[in-house]
Design a protein around this ligand. Structure first.
Ligand code: NAD
Length: 463
């Protein structure tokens, strides 16, 4: 762990499993309550100076970005080993974290003048909140941490960051590397289980909790933060619909839709989780998606040309198995895959499920894995209602050759991002967040920076 700029060992450790083998390959530090106190204390002390000089913060974020670009070969293998994703995807993630740091270093923001008259001049300023507790999940440990580190530090906050116990190593290493740039105490990293997350949200020091993870944990975080009126940003789960309109050539969109669902082995909050197709096109769409699934190379991240890795952890692996079995038991068909792969580790065959219906668990719940249900529909208005009939509201997409018609449908989706003829198109300048249970607040863009600030009105009387 890194506390107050120092590499900090712990008395206890816990095992980290390589999901491609199912074997423990490393031990991670298990933070004690006293060490967490020390981390928050260091962050609080460091914030006194860190908040003073914005240009310096911007320069150090630029340096941090360069460090990330220079550390791809060190961080990517670690990320691959604990997360399971192919090596090139792990490298892209490290690189992406560097892009986010760069974006927030370069973002131009200025106080807004709201009054200038004979009486007074007044501006709206954005002030840092203080110390941020940041908690991340296991699907994209580095990039999701960068979505928090970059804007929080740019705004003048300091941070204590906790990665998921399934993927702590690359994050701890990243923070160690970034501490070559940042003053000690500005960015601290601790690791441990869910209990450590609870200690963080209950701790009196942080003024803001920035959390990415499941809806269930997000609700606990919100409740814990409420007792101290900590600010929260919650990036939670999704059950993204893709709606295909009747003018689409299934063969032409199948590859994009497939990767919108199966990238990172389906373990993306805003991946396509259910595909709605006009009844008459159902079989064609299913066949085109199954063809894609049949072409994919799944394997260990080190294997040449591998495109899909395993599911990250045993509980998630069991959950995907259970949801697929439930759909098949209920009368749906696996046109591709349908079961775990016959090999060690948590590999599940890319699975296309035909003839699924709303009310089936894999349609109604977030599967977060490489299994995609295709659901037929007859009436467009009806299917928009079904797409929205969920507690989730992260994102969605509409597919058509007629972009105006598709846009009109996208306008009716109740979610934070509605794509037309795309899915998973994310970028640092786009605010990302969810409606309903998919989250509170947004990350990225100037809005993501604002989320780490409180507003201060500066009012100067003229006479
Ligand atoms: P999780 O909620 O189990 O864990 C996420 C993190 O929270 C971990 O670090 C965990 O240790 C910690 N945690 C768990 N319970 C806690 C509590 N009560 N208090 C404080 N911290 C706690 O989620 P996961 O299984 O790691 O990740 C998968 C979920 O994350 C999926 O639902 C996925 O959709 C969601 N996700 C959302 C986004 C987004 O930006 N909206 C991005 C990625 C993943």
């Amino acid at each position: 762990m890194t506390i107050a700029g120092e590499a900090t060992p712990t008395a206890g450790t816990f095992g980290v499993i390589n999901p491609a083998t199912g074997e423990v390959f490393a031990q991670a530090p298990d933070c004690t309550k006293e060490q967490l106190d020390a981390a928050f204390d260091a962050a609080q002390k460091a914030q006194i100076d860190w908040k003073k000089d914005e240009e310096k913060r911007r320069q150090l974020l630029r340096d941090a970005s360069a460090k990330m670009f220079a550390s791809v070969s060190e961080l990517a293998p670690l990320l691959m080993s604990e997360q399971g994703k192919p090596m090139d995807k792990a490298a892209e993630e490290v690189f992406g974290a560097g892009i986010w740091l760069q974006y927030y270093a370069d973002l131009e923001v200025a106080p807004l003048q709201i009054q200038d008259d004979g009486n007074a001049i007044a501006h709206v300023h954005r002030r840092p909140m203080g110390v941020v507790a940041a908690i991340t999940p296991w699907n994209f440990p580095l990039i999701l941490a960068s979505w928090k580190i970059a804007p929080a530090l740019r705004a003048g906050n300091t941070m204590v960051l906790k990665p998921s116990p399934y993927t702590p190593l690359a994050t701890l290493k990243m923070v160690e590397i970034l501490n070559e740039v940042f003053p000690s105490g500005v960015l601290n990293a601790v690791s441990g289980g869910d209990e450590l997350g609870k200690w963080m949200t209950a701790h009196p020091t942080p003024r803001k909790v920035s959390f990415t993870g499941s809806v269930n944990a997000g609700k606990h975080v919100a409740a814990a933060a409420a007792t101290d009126l900590k600010r929260v940003t919650l990036e939670l789960g999704g059950n993204d619909p893709a709606i295909i309109l009747d003018d689409v050539d299934p063969a032409a969109v199948a590859e994009k839709i497939f990767w919108g669902a199966f990238a990172n082995s389906g373990q993306i909050c805003s991946a396509i989780k259910r595909v709605y197709v006009p009844e008459a096109m159902h079989d064609q769409v299913v066949e085109a998606l199954a063809e894609q699934a049949g072409k994919v190379k799944m394997g260990e991240g080190t294997e040449e040309g591998v495109q899909l890795g395993p599911i990250n952890n045993a509980p998630q692996f069991e959950r995907v198995k259970e949801l697929v079995k439930d759909a098949l038991d209920g009368g749906a068909t696996a046109v591709a895959g349908g079961a775990a792969a016959d090999r060690p580790g948590y590999f599940f065959q890319p699975t296309i499920i035909a003839g699924a219906t709303d009310g089936t668990r894999i349609v109604d719940e977030e599967q977060f894995g490489p299994a995609l249900p295709v659901i037929p529909y007859r009436d467009l208005d009806d299917v928009i209602g079904r797409a929205n009939a969920t507690h989730f509201g992260l994102s969605g997409s509409v597919w058509s050759n007629d972009t105006e018609r598709a846009s009109a449908v996208a306008d009716q989706l109740e979610c934070g991002t509605a794509w037309v003829n795309a899915h998973l198109a994310l970028a640092p300048h786009q605010p990302f967040g969810g409606f309903k249970w998919s989250g509170v607040g947004v990350e990225n863009g100037p809005w993501g920076l604002d989320a780490f600030t409180d507003i201060q009105v500066r009012y100067n009387q003229k006479s």
